[in-house]
Write a protein that binds this ligand. Sequence first.
Ligand code: DGL
Length: 263
Amino acid sequence: MKIGVIDSGVGGFSVLRELYQLMPGEEYFYLSDQEHSPYGDKDTEYLRKRLFVLCDELLAQEVDLIVIACHTATAQAIEALRANYQLPFVGIEPYLNVLKHPQDGDQYVVLMTESTSKSSRFHELRERLDPNKKINLFACKKLASIIEAYFHDEITAMHCVQSVALELKHIENLKSSLPQLTTAILGCTHYPLVSRQIEAATGLKTIFPGQAIAKRVKERLYSLFAYSTASDIHTDGFHYRRKVSDPWQHKPWKYLQKVATIG
Ligand code: DGL
């Protein structure tokens, strides 16, 4: 099957690697919208327009399903996409479901982009899963851009570590008023790429629903296309466009090792 994956940049690799782990025999088309990133400071109308352009590009590749591997784009555009295209979409949302099975004494903060934090979809999700507002919110202005720059070797590892710590320094204030704060829910797909740095900077555990999204994609493929996977067949890589204006490139799967090593 052909699966399209979209993000503003490299963040969706945190989802792509889980898709590949679960379904290594499929053909993936990863479309990054670097010319228009970051998405975190963009409004609904802007993002919807971009997402229509990206989905048209993926439809030209005849994908069977599109994964919106971006919390911001899911929050701002997935309903419009579902209303306008025939094919199935799977999106990603901040993992407030953690409240269904809370660990004793754990308290949570969700890290996300400003655009996600302002979106009505996120506020509806919170109303549904966290009506008593137990989860704290923390909107990050620059974190995704720092990670993007680091991934593309535009800043050094040291610069990245310092910038991540600076961006998250107000978590300290939150921790002093909430001593039970233990866990950061990573509500942007860029953040898992530097989860170790985030944990070091904040002293919190991190959680991210990448595996659950991959399982959801598999279930959707199974129910819609009677899909079954031969788990021993591995394709040799994925198709990648860093910007919509670039041609498609072939990247070997080992390119995703970079994701595992950056942080
Ligand atoms: N990775 C995206 C997300 O999950 C977008 C980050 C950005 O471009 O600001 O929200």
